[in-house]
Design a protein around this ligand. Structure first.
Ligand SMILES: [Zn+2]
Length: 174
């Protein structure tokens, strides 16, 4: 009979394979396996020198861990930890934290070129020309696009300022 076609009912009684044994050794040692499975481990370990060796090593390790001297934390351990945390410094920074605004509202989030008054004014001028030309239906078709793009730097800067005032009203404007 081919091993793969075995009756599943025999699965629980057939001899344990080495990889399965190795994998379950810790549970076997912990005694968390059910009786039948535990018996299969016992039988396999009795007959398999290499798994037996593995088992003994693991058992030795467990015993070593169990016998390690236990260290109690000193009575003032919690207090010592708390004292080492710079709470005073943390509280002193409270106003700073409260005034923090999202990074996209920080002035330096926008490129210097966009923030520059020259860019903003030039953009507005271009936009004005574009809108004027569009109103009288003069100029090339892409002029309205230029008008929109021209407004963008001024719009971004103003939106940022608005956002800052909404999110952090107490913050002094630079
Ligand atoms: Zn084995």
């Amino acid at each position: 009979m081919n091993g793969k076609q075995q009756d599943p009912g025999q699965e629980r009684t057939r001899p344990l394979a080495c990889p399965d044994c190795r994998e379950g050794l810790q549970e076997y040692l912990d005694g968390t396996l059910d009786k039948k499975l535990s018996l299969r481990f016992f039988l396999h370990l009795r007959d398999c020198g290499s798994c037996q060796h593995e088992y003994e090593q693991l058992q030795g390790l467990f015993e070593l861990l169990e016998n390690l001297p236990r260290h109690e934390a000193p009575a003032d351990f919690d207090e010592a930890i708390l004292a080492s945390v710079p709470y005073a410094a943390y509280r002193a920074m409270e106003p700073l934290r409260r005034e923090r605004v999202p990074v996209y509202l920080e002035e330096h989030f926008l490129p210097r070129l966009v923030r520059s008054p020259i860019t903003r004014l030039t953009g507005l001028a271009v936009a004005a020309v574009g809108v004027g030309a569009a109103l009288v239906s003069a100029g090339p078709d892409w002029l309205p696009v230029v008008a929109v793009v021209g407004v963008v730097p001024e719009l971004l800067v103003r939106l940022q300022g608005l956002g800052r005032r909404v999110i952090a009203p107490g913050r002094a404007e630079g």
